[in-house]
Ligand binder design. Structure first.
Ligand code: ARG
Length: 457
């Protein structure tokens, strides 16, 4: 095998099977830029301590920049023995600049290095996911604004409940995604805590200025204990949880739209661009994009629970188990990246059938409004609920709509019913009655749109 960074105390060779089992380069190469950034900052910190001369630091800095451009150009050649990204970059730096490369790792360990790389990498990804979330909220708000007049049945238990605005439904998800974005923002300061300078476990013996390093790398604090700094992967678990919550929201939205796109509902039609056909049944148009969104949520929960199983039993500081932290993190980021973009596109291109939504509204969905009519006449709600229920039953027994009952019919249930009861049978009015903050009235839906637009600015 090739010469190893840690080979000094070894006389026997590594089993090739073990080499393959041990390496992480095929996935942690994704962090090549973060690894180089961390090393360039660390070399400057060593210069500040007089560990490197200005010339050595210069060589290291420009050598690392060259390594980075090789990665970016796709010309970086992996060698046997490049077990991970840290080893590979340092090996290549040595080939480029010679002896000075051997001073870079002074006082540093791959343990504080890998934790730093992961946090640098994840910070940039979190900012990217925030962009995707804002695009999605923007797509939902745009639609909510355009389709403001469209009424539809609202459901509880998937049974027709009360009329709502279609926009009100869309905005319910927009607020979830806004909260997801806020969660990610609140998470950022915990990602931006610097492990570098923790050494292998016990700290740095060359008095590197960790506050300076944190600033140099755009971090907001320094891990205050070196054992904690090298042990901690809470930021991975927390990211995976937030990613899982986002996927839950995407999955629930997908499920709603799958149901609404069936012929039986017919409320929405997915654009061809996000549907696929059947190899056997010529008439089929299937909502595959939505089904994948729903399905991929399970995958991200798997990333989270799998990682937590790995993390839970580890003794203090670095253990090789922790190499298993990266793939779930990468997978969750990739899945989220695809899912958020597809969800935005599906929402923006969705066709709706406003007539089908409206025609699905039935008189009995105003039974609550009928009870509220009596409440406004001074009858206690508990009583009105019962009376309105009796009206529903009366209409059912006669095979008519509740709105077809005459005032005389209703008066057999309570004397307070008068001619003005006719005004109850109006879906627009029912919807606009709900005008306390958060309700489905036009004014309060417009207020929701304004809130989100302000946040999006
Ligand atoms: N490839 C390793 C990982 O991903 C880097 C850290 C190795 N540290 C060590 N002490 N073996 O975790």
């Amino acid at each position: 095998g090739a010469k190893k960074l840690w080979g000094g105390r070894f006389s026997g060779a590594t089993d090739p099977l073990m080499e393959a089992f041990n390496e992480s380069i095929h996935f942690d190469r994704r962090m090549h830029a973060a690894d180089i950034r961390g090393s360039q900052a660390y070399a400057k910190a060593l210069l500040n301590q007089g560990i490197l001369t200005a010339d050595e630091q210069q060589q290291i800095d420009s050598g690392l920049s060259q390594v980075l451009s090789e990665w970016q150009a796709g010309t970086f050649k992996l060698c046997p023995g490049d077990e991970d990204i840290h080893t590979a970059n340092e090996r290549r730096l040595g080939e480029l600049i010679g002896a000075a490369a051997g001073k870079l790792h002074t006082g540093r360990s791959r343990n504080d290095q890998v934790a730093t790389d992961m946090r640098l990498w994840l910070r940039d990804e979190v900012n990217q996911q925030l962009e995707f979330l804002r695009e999605l909220v923007g797509a939902l708000v745009q639609r909510a604004e355009n389709d403001l007049d469209v009424l539809m049945p609202g459901y509880t238990h998937l049974q027709r409940a009360q009329p709502i605005r279609w926009s009100h439904f869309l905005l319910s998800y927009a607020f979830w995604f806004q909260q997801d974005a806020q969660r990610l923002e609140q998470f950022l300061p915990r990602v931006c805590q610097l492990p570098l300078g923790s050494g292998a476990l016990a700290g740095n013996p060359f008095q590197v200025d960790r506050e300076w390093l944190a600033k140099e790398l755009g971090f907001t604090s320094v891990a205050p204990n070196s054992l904690y700094g090298t042990s901690d992967r809470d930021f991975v678990a927390e990211f995976l949880f937030i990613a899982s919550m986002i996927m839950i929201h995407i999955s629930r939205l997908a499920e709603d739209l799958i149901i609404y796109s069936t012929a039986e509902f017919g409320f929405v039609q997915l654009a061809d661009a996000y549907s696929t056909g059947s190899s056997l049944m010529p008439q089929k148009k299937n909502p595959d994009s939505l089904e994948l969104l729903r399905g991929k949520s399970g995958r991200v929960f798997g990333d989270m629970s799998g990682f937590m199983m790995t993390y839970k039993g580890l003794p203090s500081t670095y253990n090789k188990d922790m190499q298993e932290d990266k793939e779930p993190m990468f997978d969750a980021v990739d899945t989220l990246t695809g899912s958020l973009q597809i969800t935005s596109a599906v929402i923006a291109t969705l066709k709706i059938n406003a007539d089908k939504m409206k025609n699905s509204l039935t008189g009995d969905m105003l039974a609550t409004d009928l009870a509220e009519y009596l409440v406004r006449k001074g009858v206690p709600f508990r009583q009105t609920h019962h009376i309105s229920g009796a009206a529903v039953k009366m209409a059912e027994d006669r095979g008519c709509q509740i709105s077809d009952l005459s005032v005389a019919d209703l008066q057999t249930l309570h004397p307070s019913f008068t001619d003005d009861v006719a005004a109850v049978w109006n879906f627009e009015k029912s919807v606009d009655n709900r005008s306390s903050i958060g309700g489905t009235s036009r004014v309060t839906v417009e207020a929701q749109i304004a809130l989100l637009k302000k946040w999006l600015q």
